[in-house]
Design a protein around this ligand. Structure first.
Ligand code: ASP
Length: 599
């Protein structure tokens, strides 16, 4: 029996250890039998070490039984590898362990996919056998990065005077715009807890309670419609600050981002650039703009006010615009490429797409005849086009063509390979509208959540023109993803009531749903504000992963299912009876469809 106390991990051994007797424990990564001489790589989370069992050794019989994923203990002497067998790719590649004792601690069935190679495996299989998938070094690296990022964030916020405070998981509905997950109460039959969509109300109450600076790395739950890269439970770094101004929040957040990204080896320059929501929509067609490709969208309406081309002229006359962006070096796009982009524009709701390019000194355009050479050339120049470039133009109401051009911009950027995952471009987006009109419900919905303060000079608009009121809200975007979002809050009970009323929540309803919070607001509430970071997305971006599932140990599928644990699942009749619940079988797709989606 080997003393199963390891002297080193499988990632530790170096040339300095040559001559020492060591004990290593781990999994068999790979075995090679060279006619009696058996090599195997032993693996743990720290690395791989090559072990040798010499031909004719007393251990040969045990070694011959080894298969991938067996758990073994090895004792042996560290030897230097000869120059030609050194493996520069392995941290332990200069040495190997010559086994003097070998013990199989546990056998393993043949895994459904190899752990020792990066062969493509369906995500379904990976998630079903997540305990095996998590043995793969790439996934382990992501989880370790996640640990380092959150640890660094905790230290940073502590240094900045923040206190981490836990808030309830079993609570009441918090309005973040999604459906709640409900938990029936057995002791209060017919009553339900809601899982928090965020700790929003609690963190504001902590400010009222004088805690000054709150932080929490916290799980949030939102029962939203299924989307490819969304998780029903996700992790936020949730922050709230008393006596906050936008400038103070930005400074604290920028410091946190610097600290977290340093863990991924990324040096972040601050302060971050800022765009208002209106600027972001006009220049990038998105409220979470990706700044990497440049390619700002320009307004070229001035060239077409008197245009003979009715598509342009009418759009402008009806209060719309002609806007577009230049794709560098894209004059060489084929007819098929241009047709593809036009089709995408149509599918996104635009009436069409006009292209203009300059190649070999000549201007070409899909609207050359209709719009005329001179105005198109002027528009091309005004948008910054040069020889070899392509200008893509859309005409129509500004709000309609902005997101269309925004999407096309990203399609072209992807094609032109302008979206390097190693390039990190942060941008604050501020001055969001406070409300958005819900045509379905015929009422205003909050663009963030109902506790967001209007800009002070916009408070009168709450009565006269709510759609024009701007919010003291801010999002931090990175490479086209929103990685944090928050606001300065309403701290006056009267303004809060007024906002509830605009959202169609009567005083009675507000009292029933948020009475405790409205009461609390009346007892000396400091001005305050905060933000929440999306940990999953931040770590995914740092790890260079497209999906947040790659940085979550036990994620759910895009269908909101935990394939390994088999959740959700039916429960026993008896459990239902205790809860006073009976399951009706009459569900239809309509019953479970979201009426509203939050971006
Ligand atoms: N509770 C907000 C959210 O989860 C963040 C905030 O306003 O601080 O999006």
């Amino acid at each position: 029996m080997i003393d199963t106390y390891r002297t080193q991990t499988c990632g530790d051994l170096r040339r300095d250890h040559v001559g020492q007797t060591v004990v290593l424990l781990g999994w068999i990564h790979r075995v090679r039998d060279l006619g009696g001489l058996i090599f195997f790589d032993l693996r743990d989370r720290h690395g791989l070490t090559q072990v040798i069992v010499r031909a004719g050794s007393a251990l040969s019989d045990v070694a011959a039984r080894l298969r991938p994923e067996f758990v073994v203990a090895v004792r042996g002497e560290v030897e230097a590898r000869s120059a030609e067998t050194v493996n520069p790719k392995l941290a332990t590649g200069e040495v190997e362990v010559v086994a003097s004792a070998l013990e199989i601690l546990n056998e393993a069935k043949t895994p459904p996919f190899p752990i020792n190679e990066d062969a493509p495996v369906s995500e379904e299989t990976r998630l079903r056998f997540r305990y095996l998938d998590l043995r793969r070094p790439a996934v382990q690296r992501n989880l370790i990065l996640r640990h380092r990022v959150t640890l660094a964030a905790r230290r940073y916020f502590d240094e900045q005077g923040f206190v981490e405070i836990e808030t309830p998981i079993l609570t009441r509905s918090t309005p973040e715009g999604a459906r709640d997950y409900l938990v029936p109460s057995r002791v209060h039959p017919g009553e339900f807890f809601a899982l928090p969509q965020s700790p929003q109300i609690f963190k504001q109450i902590l400010m009222i309670a004088g805690m000054d600076r709150y932080v929490q790395i916290v799980r949030c739950f939102r029962d939203e419609d299924l989307r490819a890269d969304r998780q029903p439970e996700f992790t936020q770094i949730d922050v709230e600050i008393s006596f906050a101004t936008e400038a103070l929040v930005f400074e604290i957040v920028e410091g946190a981002v610097k600290t977290m990204f340093a863990e991924g080896g990324v040096v972040v320059a601050t302060p971050f650039p800022r765009l208002t929501f209106d600027e972001a929509m006009l220049k990038y067609g998105s409220d979470k703009p990706d700044l990497r490709p440049g390619m700002e969208i320009a307004d070229v309406s001035d060239q077409f006010r008197e245009s003979p081309f009715s598509v342009f002229r009418d759009a402008i006359a009806q209060g719309g615009a002609v806007r577009g962006f230049v794709a560098r070096g894209a004059a060489s796009y084929s007819r098929k490429d241009l047709d593809g982009l036009t089709e995408q524009a149509r599918q996104l709701g635009a009436s069409g797409l006009i292209w203009v390019r300059r190649a070999s000194g000549a201007l070409q355009s899909s609207a050359l005849k209709a719009a005329g050479d001179a105005p198109l050339a002027a528009a091309f120049d005004a948008a910054g086009g040069k020889e070899g470039d392509l200008l893509l133009l859309a005409a129509g109401p500004a709000a309609l063509i902005a997101p269309v051009l925004g999407q096309l911009r990203l399609t072209v950027a992807r094609r032109q390979q302008l979206l390097s995952p190693a390039d990190f471009r942060f941008v604050w987006v501020t001055d969001f509208p406070l409300f958005e009109w819900s045509a379905g419900e015929q009422r205003w919905d909050p663009m963030h959540h109902p506790f967001t303060s209007p800009r002070l000079d916009d408070i009168p608009l709450l009565t006269s023109d709510p759609g024009q009121a701007r919010a003291r809200a801010y999002d931090l975007a990175l490479n086209g993803s929103e990685i944090a979002g928050g606001s300065i809050r309403i701290h006056r009970a009267d303004v809060q009531r007024q906002v509830f009323r605009l959202l169609g929540i009567s005083d009675e309803q507000a009292k029933a749903r948020f009475g405790f919070f409205l009461d609390a607001l009346e007892y000396g509430t400091p001005p305050h504000g905060g933000i929440a970071f999306g940990v999953d997305r931040i770590v995914a971006l740092l790890a260079g992963e497209a999906s947040i599932r790659e940085v979550i140990a036990f994620p759910k599928t895009a269908q909101a299912v935990d394939l390994m644990a088999g959740a959700p699942s039916p429960v026993d009749e008896r459990q239902l009876r205790e809860l006073g619940i009976s399951v009706t079988k009459s569900f239809t797709a309509k019953d479970t469809k979201d009426t509203k989606e939050k971006g």
